[in-house]
Design a protein around this ligand. Structure first.
Ligand code: NAI
Ligand code: MG
Length: 498
């Protein structure tokens, strides 16, 4: 191993201590006094003890968020001041980039260089991008005709108002970035928040919350309750005084959240699983398409909702692409995220390692062939080999279900109709990739694939300006872009008879 990356001093201090949660402006223990352990997935060692919030803490946090929404400085603040604060959060993320990236590597396992080059600047950019909208949440004027009142005169307009108290439940695959995707639009629109980070990776959200207070967000506007999904998460999803829940995670839990939200019919946005098709046509530039297809699945160790986990290759080039992607997989250096030579770190937890190897064992017994990889890596830490599977069919779990690990299935196709049928042959519809030099084929395929995002001659390109979300069982609503603002505001029609 090359010399380990020096962990930022502030990050080291942050993980070395007990971590309380944020309610109002106070860092507090859970009402029960319980804590839970957070692990370094590269070693299996305990990193920190974090307050274990449950329904009582959620209730306390929601009451605080409600009070901050109804009165106090946040409710009265001008949009330009709110925008300036949101922008400052982005600045502080950049200023603390080494520290936040180190927390991501320690807590999630991803290579430091990637956290530093991708997660941190993307999180900052989200706040910078959103900040500008604070002053542009305009309504419009309307000219009603009202045919049954022919003599009346009207002045009508719409107002866009913050939706209220929002609950936000986020996953562990991009802990900082998912917090940013959620918090950026909520703060910009003037909502107040109870955030529940994933129990596997709560640390960067806690540090981000400190920076958000430092940026000038008033006390009570952001509350962070750490704890488990079944207790804290479920209580937040069911809470009667929460106006909206934004959730990112498994489709299974997404469906639970829909049921929990029925009590007060809170609004929901859901960003759920995927089993995204990535298509390589014969006329693609293979020098781009082969590494592109490998990165589509292996980026973030396959722990991406949008991962290009089903690779379809036009039959003439099937062998070439299968071999090329497998070679790429073999060349990936798996190891600690603190080793500068590492390309791929561990999966986030023992549970995820077991889940992914369970899929691999099932696939092999169903007749799938591991061209490369196919197992866990021995030793401490939750590592899995980058894996390329051939000889799969649509009824095998490895091809039908979201694995959320470094595992791709590769299949040949004969023509575009067959490809579209197979590509859309899933309950999911989050993302897709198309590799071709034929511009008509690119657009035709992009249109035919039922997915919220289609990447052409690229993959996993995320940007604060690009709306992201799912068709079908991949979710409800959109994050990022201007579209996300619709999901955090209500539209009020004001109709005045003159
Ligand atoms: P999960 O869906 O259980 O967890 C995601 C978040 O939801 C966490 O904050 C968790 O505490 C919370 N949660 C869990 N149960 C809840 C409940 N009943 N009510 C409210 N909140 C709840 O995902 P998990 O168990 O960590 O991973 C399992 C699988 O889910 C993965 O293998 C992957 O397939 C999928 N997943 C998808 C993600 C995505 O980005 N679409 C992210 C994480 C997981
Ligand atoms: Mg779960």
């Amino acid at each position: 191993m090359a010399t380990e990356i020096q962990i930022d001093e502030r990050a080291r201090e942050f993980v070395g201590s007990e971590r309380p949660m944020l309610i109002g402006g106070d860092w507090v223990n859970s009402a029960s006094g319980k804590t839970f352990e957070v692990f370094n997935p590269a070693t299996g060692e305990v990193l920190a003890n974090v307050a274990e919030g449950d329904s009582e803490d959620i209730d306390r946090a929601v009451k605080t968020a409600r009070a901050a929404f109804e009165g106090g400085p946040w409710a009265k603040m001008s949009p330009s001041e709110r925008g300036r604060i949101v922008h400052r959060i982005g600045d502080l993320i950049l200023e603390h980039g080494d520290e936040l990236a180190a927390l991501e590597t320690l807590d999630n396992g991803k290579p430091f260089a990637i956290a530093r080059a991708a997660d941190v600047p993307l999180a900052a950019d989200l706040f910078h991008y959103m900040a500008g909208f604070a002053t542009k949440l305009d309504g419009r004027t309307i000219a009603p005709t009202v045919p049954y009142m022919p003599d009346a005169e009207w002045h009508a307009y719409t107002l866009r108002e913050p939706i209220g108290v929002v609950g936000q439940i986020i996953p562990w695959n991009f802990p900082l970035l998912m917090a940013a995707w959620k918090l950026g639009p909520a703060l910009t629109t003037g909502c107040t928040i109870v955030l529940k980070p994933a129990e596997q990776t709560p640390l960067s959200a806690l540090r981000l919350a400190e920076l958000i207070l430092e940026a000038g967000v008033p006390e009570g506007v952001l509350n962070v309750v750490t704890g488990f999904g079944e207790t804290a998460g479920a209580a937040l999803a069911a809470h009667d005084d929460v106006n909206k829940v934004a959730f990112t995670g498994s489709t299974e839990v997404g469906k639970e959240i829909v049921k929990a939200a029925a009590g007060n019919l809170k609004k929901l946005t859901l960003e759920l699983g995927g089993k995204s098709p990535n298509v390589v046509y014969s006329d693609a530039d293979m020098e781009d398409a082969i590494p592109g297809a490998a990165n589509a699945i292996f980026f973030n160790h396959g722990q991406c909702c949008a991962a290009g986990s089903r690779l379809f290759v036009e039959h003439e080039h099937y062998d070439e692409v299968l071999e090329g992607v497998s070679k790429h997989a073999d060349s990936i250096k798996v190891g600690s995220g603190l080793d500068p030579d590492t390309d791929m770190g561990p999966l986030v937890s023992q549970e995820q390692q077991d889940r992914v190897t369970g899929f691999l064992d099932q696939g092999k017994s169903d007749g799938a062939k591991a061209v490369t990889g196919g197992s866990a890596v021995d030793g401490p830490g939750y590592f899995v080999q980058p894996t390329v599977l051939s000889d799969t069919s649509a009824d095998m779990s490895v091809e039908a279900e979201e694995i959320f690990g470094p595992v791709v299935t590769v299949k040949p196709f004969k023509d575009t109709d067959e490809l579209i049928g197979a590509g859309n042959g899933t309950a999911y519809g989050l993302a897709a990739g198309v590799w071709t030099k034929d511009i008509s084929k690119a657009h035709r395929t992009a249109k035919a694939l039922r997915a919220g995002t289609v990447w052409v001659n690229c993959y996993n390109v995320f940007d604060a300006s690009l709306p992201f979300g799912g068709y079908k069982e991949s979710g409800w609503g959109r994050e990022m872009g201007s579209e996300v603002l619709e999901c955090y505001t209500e539209t009020k029609s004001v109709c005045v008879q003159i």
